[in-house]
Design a protein around this ligand. Structure first.
Ligand code: SAM
Ligand code: SF4
Ligand code: FES
Length: 349
């Protein structure tokens, strides 16, 4: 089958076989251009020209897990740890609102210092102070906790499955269980959150076949938001000598998922912008419609080191917002107004 025919099928049926996805992941030259052009057209048709900005608040760099790739892993004794207190988190959320953000993403390592009651109180305080959507990205919790956060006012939840190859998952996530992660994702969906999930590109040992499976798995989970980023080796982790993930495969995965879930929200990730100075622009041109700038103070930004060389790390949050707005406009796009709920979620509701 030719790439042109595969793209036509993807646009009409929103589903592809694993082999068809693999062909798209390996597309080069004219075929690759056609994939990116098609994804850009579908993005415009389904979610328009608006790029929605999410204010990212990384509120704790403590983590009980030991993911092989992440600088926040508990075994990294050089990691700089911090915890923001309740009022501070609420203040940053208010500041994000004043800067124009209508969604805040509360992200952290898996840090059980923040109990169910504390997180519910933070969510309630933010919701009663400013009119924003709240996305949580805090990892695995119990069903009761997810339910309590939703009842307190959380709207969305982001948690990548990282890789759908269970053998690789086990290897890189000691003490964690793939089954449990998937169960959490299903609870989150059933509780009525907008569900965000995705995977890492370029974990050592990951094949094209695995990536095609990852793409199909995002489709199977029926994600409303899709986060895909290249793996970037961190010098204080077991994967320090591994090769970084491919920007090209990240862009192709974004493009393919835009075709398979055309009305989803897809960010051009910070990791993509870190590996390629034009990475976020390229992502926005092949299917992405979201950017998540950090709104924290410099002091915390520097300490939340998942991987080295993160972009925007020395920029203050207001400057960063101005910078990303001009990038969006330079691409002929518009900065989104409002909360930018996933249309995929809206359609299903
Ligand atoms: N702890 C929560 C979790 O794991 O879901 C949320 C925060 S975690 C830092 C957010 C994401 O960072 C992970 O899903 C992972 O894909 C990504 N990440 C961690 N280390 C990375 C690295 N070295 N390169 C690229 N992305 C990385
Ligand atoms: Fe912790 Fe998330 Fe990093 Fe894993 S990816 S070590 S769960 S912060
Ligand atoms: Fe952060 Fe340019 S987007 S400095």
């Amino acid at each position: 089958m030719k790439v042109k025919d595969i793209l036509e099928k993807a646009c009409h049926e929103n589903i592809l076989s694993k082999d068809e996805i693999k062909l798209l992941l390996m597309a080069e030259d004219k075929d690759k251009e056609l994939l990116f052009e098609t994804a850009d057209r579908v993005r415009k048709e389904y979610v328009g020209d608006e790029v929605f900005l999410r204010g990212l608040i990384e509120f704790s760099s403590y983590c009980k897990n030991d993911c092989f790739y992440c600088g926040l892993r508990k075994s990294n004794r050089h990691a700089q740890r911090y915890r923001m207190q309740e009022d501070e988190i609420v203040e940053v959320a208010k500041r994000a609102y004043q800067m124009g953000y209508r969604t805040v993403v509360l992200q952290s390592g898996e840090d059980m210092y923040y109990t169910k009651d504390m997180l519910c109180s933070i969510i309630r305080k933010i919701k009663s102070s400013v009119d924003v959507a709240i996305t949580l990205s805090i990892g695995e919790r119990s069903y009761d906790e997810y339910k309590a956060f939703k009842d307190a006012g959380a709207d969305r939840f982001l948690m990548r499955f990282e890789t759908s190859n269970e053998k690789l998952y086990r290897k890189y996530h000691p003490g964690m269980s793939f089954e449990n992660r998937i169960e959490c994702l299903k609870w989150i969906k059933n509780l009525g959150y907008e569900l965000g999930t995705g995977f890492l590109i370029g974990l050592p040992g990951q094949s094209i076949d695995d990536l095609a499976q990852d793409i199909l798995f995002v489709k199977e989970l029926d994600a409303d938001m899709i986060g895909i980023g290249p793996f970037i080796p961190h010098p204080q982790t077991p994967l320090k000598d591994a090769e970084e993930g491919s920007v090209d495969l990240t862009l192709k995965s974004i493009a393919i998922l835009r075709l398979l879930i055309p009305d989803s929200n897809i960010p051009a990730t910070t990791a993509l912008g870190t590996l390629d100075p034009l990475g976020r622009q390229k992502g926005l041109m092949c299917g992405a419609n979201i950017v998540m700038p950090n709104v924290n103070d410099l002091e915390y930004k520097l300490k939340y080191e998942l991987y080295p060389g993160k972009i925007c790390i020395n920029e203050d949050a207001t400057k960063c917002r101005g910078c990303i707005e001009s990038i969006i406009i330079s691409l002929g796009r518009k900065v989104g107004h409002g909360k930018g709920q996933s249309r995929h979620y809206k359609r299903a509701a």
